[in-house]
Design a protein around this ligand. Structure first.
Ligand code: AHG
Ligand code: MN
Ligand code: MN
Length: 333
């Protein structure tokens, strides 16, 4: 690994690429970096301390069981972002309502952040990789007024930055501000993220397919055909694709960034819009995928071109190597 460039140095050097005021971007990213370090230390203690593992005994707005770590991570990221004064509001998977920030001096902050504080909650207890996903927009409402819903309901194409943190065999922070994708690996012994994956490029094709095949019977005929294609010996690699499904979108996509392939969460007869949330799961990942040379769509429309209507709306999602996503789109027609 190149231990010469830290995340902090990288942000300072690259902030000229950011289309808005320079200090704002570095301030936002450093809030996320700080929260990521705290998360890393907490997750590594999971199993040793009681207040990290297990259910919180309540459900979120999606009707999903909240884990203690979901709630902990949500508070951590919200407070870290709040402390920087760049953000006027946050939408979170774990919060039904928007969080609108104000302070004594007036209402400030030019950005809104949308987050999935813990992606892959069901994997916490079994020591499998989990993540955090974030998406950043410039507000469209006037500065000095409270943020409004429309600030959060912008198409993914309007994102100014997006990224994820993966807490895996090592902890990594991967992000884009619209000028390529860069990955940083955390060295916990000195508390520093180093640039380890500069200018990440997704392979144009691949031979890994990733889908919860337990839902096969509920998928459309076309999605079933694509899965059969992946498993057949007529695909371009000349042998059946390898199946991999971790069940943390971030972990499955991180592998797809590095090795290529396709990740799918289709709509089905029991989940007509699929499962994944457009604003804080699919949009940030789609921004990263396009920036790395891949493709992400709902089967018909590029994810980044979808017009959001609800904060917690779901969408079918197909993302990964361009060639495979195009093949799938052709089969869905
Ligand atoms: P979250 O933990 O934020 O609710 O997200 C879980 C998502 C995603 O990470 C993963 O790919 C998918 O749910 C797994 O769902 P299934 O168990 O239905 O396959
Ligand atoms: Mn998630
Ligand atoms: Mn989550």
């Amino acid at each position: 690994m190149n231990r010469l460039t830290t995340l902090g140095e990288f942000i300072v050097k690259k902030q000229a690429d950011f289309p808005y005021a320079k200090g704002e971007f570095s301030s936002l990213l450093s809030a996320i970096r700080l929260a990521a370090k705290i998360m890393n230390s907490q997750i590594n203690k999971a199993g040793l301390v009681d207040d990290i593992l297990g259910s919180a005994g309540q459900e979120n707005i999606q009707g999903e069981e909240q884990k203690k770590l979901d709630i902990y991570a949500n508070e951590l990221f919200v407070n870290a972002l709040k402390a920087r004064n760049q953000v006027c509001g946050i939408a979170s998977e774990e919060e039904e309502k928007l969080i609108i920030f104000e302070n004594e001096a007036g209402i400030q902050g030019k950005y809104v952040v949308l987050i999935d504080p813990i992606d892959g909650s069901s994997n916490i207890e079994v020591n499998v990789s989990i993540g955090t996903i974030f998406s950043i927009y410039r507000r469209i409402s006037p500065e000095g007024t409270p943020a409004v819903r429309e600030d959060f309901l912008q198409p993914g194409r309007q994102q100014v930055a997006a990224g994820y943190i993966i807490y895996g065999s090592s902890t990594m922070l991967v992000f884009t501000s619209g000028n390529g994708v860069n990955g940083f690996t955390y060295d916990p012994s000195i508390g520093v993220f180093f640039l380890s994956h500069p200018n990440m490029q997704m392979p144009k094709s691949g031979n890994i397919y990733s889908v919860n095949e337990g839902n096969y019977r509920y998928f459309s005929r076309q999605v079933k055909s694509f899965i059969e294609y992946c498993k057949s010996d007529i695909n371009p690699s000349g042998r059946p694709f390898t199946g991999r499904y971790i069940g943390s979108m971030i972990a499955d996509l991180h592998r797809t960034f590095l090795k290529g392939g396709i990740y799918m969460y289709p709509d089905s007869s029991v989940a007509p819009d699929g499962k994944l949330r457009l604003l804080y799961e699919c949009n940030p990942i789609a921004f990263l995928i396009e920036q790395a040379g891949g493709r992400a769509s709902d089967g018909k429309t590029l994810i980044l071109d979808l017009e959001p209507s609800e904060i917690h709306q779901r969408t079918p999602f197909y993302g990964g190597s361009e060639e495979l996503v195009l093949k799938l789109e052709a089969m869905l027609q």
